[in-house]
Design a protein around this ligand. Structure first.
Ligand code: AGP
Length: 606
């Protein structure tokens, strides 16, 4: 979603700002802009890609200054356009702001400013912030900022410039992340660490309702009451990973191929000497549990759907899987005996963060499974287990999904062992399966050319159904989401047994059905469902284990095989051909694969 960057130093700010905005492109955006401060504020903002902005800046004369703020906008209030793009400037021309988040009371505030003859030119909620600071500003910019932020409701991370103080930039945080980077006689702000990670490892994270005032060689922090506060500088001591394509045509393909490595790194600290180490959760705490709730959005929710089978089978604690956007507004029955597991690649998803807060409010303990160190969800959860997938740039997640799954398997094994719910022998079998995942995935990835040929054969489909039973159904949900995200072709995931309760009416000559049939207990039943759709003219691509090849060949038009592993870990293997299929169909349709239309990598608003 929207991205913020800012610079104060001795160099021309726009060079860093353009470079940093480019790094935040992966978050998803539809317009971008930069404000530079010299003796006055200059703004250039454009609908479209950063390259359009870059061209406008290189065509402009005298677009230079040593302080500046930049923004990539993902439209919420008002269409993508030059006018709605950030930065927004107050009517005096002295104040410019960039904003991430949503101002919930902007209509009330806007009406009161309109009564004071202040004019608005954009459709955004964000313009109110520039207008209000500008209205309140006489000679003390800090006090105008404080008064403004105290009257805003909603979520906001802000970058602020004032032309009367060209040697300062201001950053504000409430419910939307913003990070300060400390350089050598230059400092940075960004909503996302990747924006400046190649320039400094020294950072400050703003906490709730905090303000930072940055000069080139100093930063001061304040709360919303204007009181100075002390903060500790942190050092980034983890590997961020390469955000280059390294010869791949798209990040999505690169990240699909990186999955064995992502799982290896994630399990490295957790699988030690034939045992699982998750010391964050101790025995006496685990003994108090009578319920587990897995709460997440999108693909992370699908990880929960797949992991539930492991939790139910080997942990034997009642396990619910919930969409964060629904969970947060229900009255979930959770208490101190419930462990709420929040899964999130970005660690910033607004609904997941709100669900975490609601869980804590109701007395439950929260465990975050997160890929971004120090993100909001990681910071606020009671316990954190990181996935070490490295930076994931493609909007459609692949390696983070796989790393999350591996953590969830490890977690289920760990809890079942600590609670003595699993025999030594069974633990050993599952453990060996878990640590063999990277090699097995490597083997599945070798089928990529075969998947490409199948994608060529079926790429003209209008509708695709993904069907399966049990854990295969959970993978179908992810396969279908991946497919529609990047190919823009309609698809649906269905529990195979549910088809004849309505959906089968959509199956006709030429409908594409991708059937997953890996669970030996349910194999014959899924075969019957494949026969039912084939009898109505559907074409079927089956995904199964090598052992089942012959049994399925009479009912499927094409078959993709994966190695055999215990059913509960099968999603880690079957998801691979589905990711590749989605990628190749999107490639054949020449889609914007890494940044699909309308989507954002990190969904920081509701
Ligand atoms: C999946 O490809 C999407 N990018 C999306 O569904 C994503 O999984 C969802 O928005 C949740 O994001 P999170 O894991 O960062 O919380």
């Amino acid at each position: 979603m929207c991205g913020i960057v800012g610079y104060i130093g001795k160099k021309n700010a726009s060079d860093f700002l353009l470079e940093a905005l480019k790094k935040l492109e992966y978050r998803g955006y539809d317009s971008a802009g930069i404000a530079i401060c010299d003796t006055k504020i200059n703004v250039i903002k454009k609908a479209g890609r950063i390259n359009v902005l870059k061209k406008a800046i290189s065509d402009a004369k005298d677009f230079c200054g040593n302080s500046g703020i930049g923004h990539t906008r993902w439209a919420t209030h008002g269409k993508p356009s030059d006018i709605n793009a950030h930065p927004h400037v107050g009517r005096s021309g002295k104040i410019a702001i960039v904003h991430n988040g949503i101002i919930e009371n902007y209509i009330v505030l806007k009406k009161s400013l309109i009564k004071k003859n202040i004019k608005f030119i954009s459709e955004t909620d964000s313009e109110i912030i520039a207008a209000m600071i500008d209205y309140l500003y006489e000679d003390d910019i800090f006090s105008a900022v404080i008064k403004t932020v105290c009257s805003l409701e909603g979520s906001f991370a802000l970058g602020i410039l004032c032309s009367d103080f060209p040697d300062k930039i201001i950053a504000v945080k409430k419910e939307s992340p913003i990070i300060i980077g400390i350089g050598d006689n230059e400092n940075y702000i960004a909503s996302d660490i990747y924006a400046f990670a190649d320039r400094t490892k020294h950072i400050y994270r703003l906490d709730e309702c905090e303000i930072a005032v940055l000069g080139a060689s100093e930063v001061n922090f304040y709360n919303f009451q204007g009181k100075k506060i002390e903060k500790n500088m942190a050092e980034i001591d983890w590997e961020i990973g390469s955000s280059e394509k390294d010869g791949f045509e798209h990040f999505m393909l690169k990240e699909i191929m990186e999955q064995p490595e992502a799982i290896k790194k994630t399990l490295l600290l957790r699988c030690v000497k034939n045992d699982i180490v998750i010391n964050e959760l101790n025995k006496s705490y685990l003994e108090s549990l009578n319920k587990i709730c897995i709460v997440a959005c999108g693909s992370s929710y699908h990880v929960g759907m797949a992991a539930r089978y492991a939790f139910e089978k080997i942990v034997r604690i009642a396990t619910n899987v919930e969409l964060a956007s629904e969970f947060r507004y229900r009255s979930p029955i959770i208490d101190k005996n419930t462990l709420v597991i929040i899964i999130s690649q970005s660690g910033e998803t607004a609904d997941s963060l709100a669900a975490l807060r609601e869980s804590k409010r109701r007395g439950a303990k929260t465990l975050a499974i997160v890929n971004v160190v120090g993100s909001s969800i990681a910071s606020e959860a009671n316990f954190v287990v990181y996935t070490w997938a490295g930076i994931e740039v493609a909007v459609a997640t692949t390696k983070a999904y796989s790393a999350q799954l591996s953590v969830m398997y490890a977690l289920s094994l760990y809890i079942s062992k600590v609670l003595n719910r699993i025999s030594k022998e069974k633990f050993e079998v599952y453990f060996q399966d878990l640590i063999s995942l990277p090699n097995l995935i490597e083997e599945v990835l070798k089928s990529k050319d075969q998947v490409f040929k199948i994608a060529q054969k079926y790429s003209q489909a209008d509708n695709v159904f993904f069907i399966g039973r049990g854990v295969d159904y959970a993978v179908c949900m992810e396969g279908s989401l991946k497919f529609k995200e990047v190919s823009y072709i309609h698809s649906e995931a269905y529990a195979a047994g549910e088809l004849k309760h309505g959906t089968i009416s959509l199956v006709e000559n030429g409908t594409i059905v991708i059937a997953l049939a890996t669970d030996p207990r349910l194999f014959e039943k899924t075969i019957s469902n494949i026969r039912e759709v084939r009898a109505r003219g559907a074409l079927c691509i089956a995904i199964t284990t090598k052992e089942n090849f012959n049994a399925i060949s009479s009912v499927a038009d094409d078959i993709l095989c994966v190695p055999k592993i215990h059913s509960i870990m099968m999603p880690s293997l079957t998801v691979i051909p589905l990711q590749l299929f989605a990628y190749y169909v999107a490639l054949l349709h020449k889609r914007d694969i890494d940044k699909p239309r309308n989507l954002a990598k990190s969904v920081t608003v509701e």
